[in-house]
Each structure stands twice: as structure tokens, then as C-alpha cells.
Design a protein around this ligand. Structure first.
Ligand code: ZN
Length: 281
């Protein structure tokens, strides 16, 4: 007698009329076979993923730690399961101009970012509301860390860090400070602008975001601002604040929305250009 799965289940149900454990049919998700490997071609190191696909896909991404590749980018190929290594290498060789172009673009992007807004790790200066501030590190045996702006004509940021602090803790300290600085500035701006615009703000939150400078949840009047704004000029912060508050008057990016922007912040376009000149990464 041949029994398939359903047949077995029926048989089991017949033998054990009231089973203790309910037999639940397992969701049959077709498991895809995925094979990962690495190939090298000249200076390129290629991360190959073979899966059940008909086509080859090439992409280039920013370098992640742990993958030794030339420059700061990594090549990724998705290829059909049975395709030979040689066929993949031939494909990559044919695309070398495209690869070089995109590698270069990624390189420039990360250099521009590091130059202007690189983190505190190993940096000798940081941005504070658009201004470049020297960092003076004062490592000592003190217990509590602190960070503050010191000096009159050419103010600098002074870190006092216990010897035991790691690089990650140092970075965390900086972002905590940015948080305080931006909270102070944004709060005063929101107080000022909500009075001018006659709107009521529910709450303000700061967060590091990858794709947007701010957001506004109109029904609850909750404003979210990107913590990255602490590095950008104050007028850029004001532009984002006004933009989000205008959403409390006009939900979408409509004609009326931009008319209100023009009314409240006549040169918002120039400020936006400044903000966009070094985009978020
Ligand atoms: Zn908007």
C-alpha cells in the first residue's frame, strides 16, 4: 500500500481517534537552495550567491568590515545555481567599466562624508551646527566622562574621558552630547515657530535616521528630527523644523504647502540646497 502524507495522517487519525497533540500541517515553504562563495578577479573580490534564478545580477555596495576588498566597495553577484565560476568571471570582466565607475562614485561619497561629517573615532575635529570644532581630548583617571565647548574666540570641544573608555563609548558620548545640543536648539525653535504659525506640537523626538531629516505625524502632532541635524548649520535645523510644522497646517507637499513655506521662510530653497549638498548616507 502506498501512503502519501495525507494518507498517513488519516491513518494516524484512525488509529488514535483523539490525539493528544493536534496534528498541524506544517507550512510547506519551498526552501531555496542558496550557495555562497567568493571569487577573485584581479583586484576585485566578488561575493557570489548562487540560487534558483535564471539571471545574473551584479551589484556594488559599500564595504563592510570583515571583507577585504580593494577600495571601500564590495561586488556582489547573484547567479544561477549551475553556472560555472568561469562564466561569472567573464561576466564581471565584461562589466569592468561599470564597476570602476560605481566604485569611484562610492569612494567619493564616503570621502566627502568623512571629510565633512566623519565620526569622532580618530577625528581631530567635529561639526557642531555647521561649525568645525577642534577636539581636545583630555584622557585622565577621572571617573565620569564629560564633553563641553570651551574657549571664546575659537571655541573647541573638550572631551574628558576616563582611561577605561573604549572607542565605542567615546562615540556614544558624542551622540549623547549632540542629542542635548539639538534638543535645546530644536525646542526653542519649535516654541518660536509654533507661536508664529499658531500650531500645537504634541511631542518632539530625536533619532538617527538614514533617509530623512524629519517627519511629522499630523494627527498626533508628533515631530521627529534626525539627530544628524546637530552637525548641520542652525538655519538647516530651522528649515526642517518649519517644514515639519507646516505639515500641521497642510498634510501633503501641495501647492499650499509650498506657499506656506514661502510665507514663513522665504529663502528656504537656498537652505535646502545647503542641507542637500552633503546628503545623508
Ligand atoms: Zn514633508
Amino acid at each position: 500500500m502506498h501512503l502519501n502524507f495525507a494518507g498517513l495522517r488519516k491513518l494516524k487519525a484512525a488509529l488514535f481517534p483523539q490525539p493528544e497533540i493536534k496534528l498541524k500541517k506544517k507550512r510547506t515553504k519551498r526552501t531555496k537552495r542558496v550557495l555562497a562563495s567568493r571569487l577573485t578577479l584581479g583586484t576585485f573580490e566578488i561575493l557570489v550567491t548562487r540560487r534558483s534564478t535564471k539571471y545574473m545580477r551584479l551589484s556594488i555596495a559599500e564595504h563592510k568590515a570583515g571583507f577585504t576588498n580593494s577600495g571601500n566597495s564590495v561586488l556582489k553577484i547573484t547567479a544561477p545555481l549551475r553556472l560555472s565560476d568561469q562564466a561569472i568571471l567573464d561576466f564581471v570582466a565584461k562589466k569592468s567599466r561599470w564597476i570602476a565607475h560605481h566604485q569611484n562614485k562610492l569612494q567619493l561619497k564616503s570621502e566627502r562624508y568623512a571629510r565633512n561629517y566623519g565620526g569622532v573615532l580618530g577625528a581631530t575635529s567635529i561639526r557642531h551646527f555647521g561649525l568645525r570644532r577642534q577636539i581636545i581630548t583630555n584622557r585622565s583617571s577621572i571617573r565620569a566622562a564629560s564633553i563641553k565647548i570651551v574657549g571664546g574666540v575659537e571655541p573647541h570641544v573638550q572631551f574628558s574621558i576616563p582611561d577605561s573608555y573604549s572607542a565605542a563609548q567615546r562615540e556614544l558620548l558624542l551622540w549623547g552630547w549632540y542629542n542635548t545640543e539639538l534638543t535645546l536648539l530644536a525646542t526653542s525653535m519649535i516654541t518660536k515657530w509654533s507661536a508664529i504659525m499658531q500650531v500645537q506640537v504634541g511631542s518632539v523626538k530625536l533619532r538617527r535616521m538614514k533617509t530623512r531629516w524629519g517627519s511629522c505625524h499630523t494627527s498626533s502632532a508628533k515631530i521627529m528630527l534626525n539627530l544628524e541635524l546637530a552637525r548641520r548649520p542652525k538655519r538647516c535645523v530651522e528649515f526642517v523644523v518649519v517644514h515639519e510644522l507646516v505639515h500641521l497646517l497642510e498634510h501633503g507637499h501641495t501647492r499650499r504647502f509650498y506657499a506656506l513655506m514661502d510665507k514663513f521662510l522665504p529663502n528656504w530653497r537656498q537652505t535646502k540646497a545647503v542641507l542637500d549638498s552633503v546628503p545623508l548616507r
